[in-house]
Design a protein around this ligand. Structure first.
Ligand code: FMN
Length: 446
């Protein structure tokens, strides 16, 4: 049976909008380092490929009556610092987090993830995002977010600069030879001398080439430009689809674009976001799921939908009535692709506002499964067999319970079926994922 890639996504108290209200959830999860270490070590014990921390560089601004009940990203550690500390108390599990191409500088990103790769002995991955959260712009000398097209053009240039900087030093540039008194070979040190539309970066980086050559590039864009950037540069794509047939279409679409960049389909692992509720019996799993759903406050539900619909004002709207499309913008500066996905779902299923937020509350538009360990494993294997995904990003509804359930019940089932490793074979994230170590492009040129 084909092995699948597995990542663990740890959003503060859990992925569900009401996660922190669950009596067993770690209530200060977003600000508790010990808790994060415990989660990362659980993922390592279950032999996950990596843990993943999402990020946004700002609070979310919106209706504070709702946001006070929905702390996602309001209480949130800076993830590169968090993963650097976690590297010291884990051995094998990959460490992946987000950094925004709209609000960072490439030199900083190359240095931060390069350092994380050294600290962790080759376990770092960078999730390249252009940032959908409009609020972030106000923290970086701007009054408005970048236009969506500009955002991706900047991202493309940004990734090129970062990869170029990681190659500043050839792998054997540091001689450290006391007999000759030479610390490094200047012939193996390369300035990038990049000048583009957005960045002017000379280089080189003051850091030896990362152990993986380049940390693993991850990406989660769903728009045309996002898919194009993924096909050109990403080695892992996080895909967010409710239905298998939509994931299949996305999978084929992105992989189909790779040939024109001289890339093979297996150089890119498509990993689907998956929200799992599992229990020994289907009835127990359903009961667990229904309990969390019962904790959703209607203000939070409204706000959740409003964010996806580009900030539409849904106040005063009856919860059990239809969505008034005439009040909804057709364009979203935050994410047109997410707005389109939600519109398509509502039109397909004729959902009321309440039904809609209930559908999004756990998985935010990614896949969702509620059932026994065998049913969850069946669903996962069906997606792999149908080329809807090469693996999954597991999103526990609440932490730690939602994730521990997956590790204790589904992981052994997948291992028994040969769909998941029982021991790490390699040391680096690239080895876990079966990705090649890139050759230094300066060496290739020489
Ligand atoms: C699993 C997953 C993780 C994501 N993590 C982040 C994140 O950390 N920060 C962020 O700004 N966006 C994140 N996103 C959103 C995407 O970067 C992207 O904005 C979204 O998928 C819409 O695509 P588009 O920007 O091409 O319209 C994530 C999406 C998925 C599916």
């Amino acid at each position: 049976m084909k092995r699948m890639a597995l990542g663990a996504h740890f959003p503060s108290m859990g992925q569900h909008v009401a996660a922190w209200m669950h009596p067993e959830a770690q209530i200060d999860g977003g600000h508790n380092f010990r808790w994060f270490v415990r989660m990362a070590q659980a993922a390592e014990a279950a032999r996950f490929d990596f843990v993943f921390m999402a990020d946004t560089v700002g609070t979310r601004d919106g209706d504070m009556r709702a946001l006070r009940r929905w702390p996602q990203y309001m209480a949130h550690f800076e993830p590169i610092s968090l993963l650097s500390a976690t590297a010291a108390v884990t051995e094998k599990v990959g460490l992946v987090c987000t950094a925004s191409t709209s609000y960072y500088e490439p030199y900083n990103v190359a240095r931060l993830f390069g350092t994380l790769d050294h600290i962790s002995n080759g376990r770092a991955g960078w999730n390249v995002v252009t940032t959908a959260n409009v609020s972030a712009s106000h923290n970086f000398n701007r009054d408005a977010h970048y236009d969506v097209n500009d955002r991706y053009e900047r991202a493309r240039e940004f990734v090129g600069v970062v990869k170029g900087l990681w190659d500043s030093w050839e792998d054997d540039a540091f001689l450290r030879d006391r007999t000759t008194g030479e610390y490094f070979d200047p012939a193996k040190l390369h300035a990038l001398n990049h000048e583009g539309r957005f960045f002017k970066v000379r280089g080189p980086l003051n850091l030896a080439r990362p152990p993986q050559g380049q940390p693993v590039i991850c990406q989660a864009g769903a728009s045309e430009d996002g898919m194009e950037l993924a096909a050109e540069t990403a080695e892992v794509v996080f895909l967010s689809k409710l239905r298998m047939e939509d994931a299949q279409g996305f999978y084929a679409n992105v992989k189909g674009r790779m040939a024109k960049y001289g890339r093979q389909p297996d150089q890119l692992k498509m990993m689907a976001g998956l929200n799992v509720t599992v229990a020994p019996t289907e009835a127990e799993a359903r009961e667990k799921f229904d309990y969390l759903q019962s904790l959703i406050h209607p203000d939070v539900g409204r706000e959740l939908v409003s964010v996806e619909l580009g900030g539409a004002d849904l106040s005063g709207l009856p919860l059990d009535g239809p969505i008034p499309w005439e009040r909804i913008p057709t364009e979203s500066i935050a994410s047109p692709s997410r707005l389109a996905a939600m519109r398509a779902l509502v039109q397909r299923e004729g959902l009321s506002l309440r039904k809609l937020y209930e559908r999004y509350a756990g998985s935010r538009g990614s896949a969702q499964v509620v059932g026994t360990p065998a049913q969850v494993a069946d669903m996962m294997q069906a997606w792999i067999a149908a080329e809807a995904a090469d693996g999954f990003i597991i999103q526990g509804s609440f932490f730690p319970g939602g994730f521990d359930d997956f590790c204790q019940m589904v992981v052994p089932e997948l291992q028994r079926r040969g769909a998941m490793r029982t021991e790490y074979e390699g040391a680096s994230l690239r080895e876990h994922l079966g990705l090649q170590r890139p050759v230094n492009h300066f060496t290739v040129r020489a």
